[in-house]
Design a protein around this ligand. Structure first.
Ligand code: TMP
Length: 253
């Protein structure tokens, strides 16, 4: 790509884990900068983890590459990695939903329903949360999503289908590197052409990832639960993900 991404305008948005910048002369793109900040409990707990922005940028971009290069292609906003913590992305109109898929019961679902912690589901569980900080991102059902006007019936089916393909693809990918994909959250945005694509990130901030042998938590639960060594966990995921992508690239040439 031949574009001067250095002509970056002041950031237009700062979230808990990233900043978004517009690029002068390129309204179709944004630059996302991943921060080292880590938060939990809707911002109630906050800290910084050394190099988290680097790990999440690299991990997310590699996982988006996996989704794009899978036989069932899943479109994402990824365009080009610009630096250790910055990536050029396609600008979309974000849908106000958090989409969660669960393979194993843990986290909020065991507070809400009588599942055992660590219990494996026969079929993945698909959930939608309405993205609204003031309301604490409540869980919503199919008809509530339609009534809120955030998505159409057709979008609902597309989003569920997309989320389950992401689950199948990443479960298999992580399985190859000795990691259990316990659950994850994704977000989607609509392109100017009207297509739904995956935005934001897929990283140890947004997935639960357990070592398959030891069941050690290698994700943000280390921070949520005060287990420590978050940087070591993110580094381990980064190392295994990069090695596997390298292996796939060279296996296919
Ligand atoms: P939960 O068990 O807390 O509902 O989380 C389910 C999955 O979604 C887990 O992988 C963590 C991820 N998640 C986020 O990425 N952001 C959030 O704000 C929440 C609540 C969960």
């Amino acid at each position: 790509m031949n574009m001067d991404y250095k002509k970056v305008l002041p950031h237009i948005y700062e979230g808990k884990a990233n900043r978004l910048y517009e690029v002068e002369g390129h309204p179709e793109y944004l630059i996302i900068e991943r921060k080292d900040d880590i938060t939990a409990g809707n911002g109630a707990k906050h800290d910084t983890i050394e190099d988290k922005g680097f790990y999440n940028n690299k991990i997310s971009n590699q996982l988006f590459w996996v989704l794009r290069n899978n036989s069932a292609v899943v479109p994402t906003h990824f365009v080009q990695e610009l630096s250790d913590c910055e990536t050029l992305i396609q600008k979309t109109n974000p849908i106000k939903l958090e989409i969660v898929v669960r393979n194993i019961a843990t986290g909020s679902i065991i507070e809400r329903l009588p599942f055992d912690d660590g219990q494996e589901f026969t079929n993945p569980i698909f959930e939608l949360y309405y993205k609204d900080d003031a309301l604490g991102d409540p869980l919503i059902n199919h008809s509530e999503a339609l009534a809120l006007g955030v998505i159409s019936e057709r979008d609902y089916a597309d989003i569920e289908g997309m989320a389950l393909i992401v689950n199948d693809t990443l479960k298999e990918f992580f399985n190859e590197i000795g990691i259990i994909l316990v659950d994850f959250k994704i977000e989607v945005g609509r392109t100017p052409q009207g297509d739904l694509i995956i935005i934001d990130e897929i990283s140890p901030d947004t997935c639960r990832l357990w070592d398959a042998e030891t069941r050690k938590k290698l994700d943000k639960d280390r921070f949520r639960q005060g287990l420590g060594d978050e940087a070591g966990a993110y580094r381990e995921i980064y190392r295994r993900v990069c090695e596997q992508v390298f292996f796939i690239v060279f296996r296919d040439v």
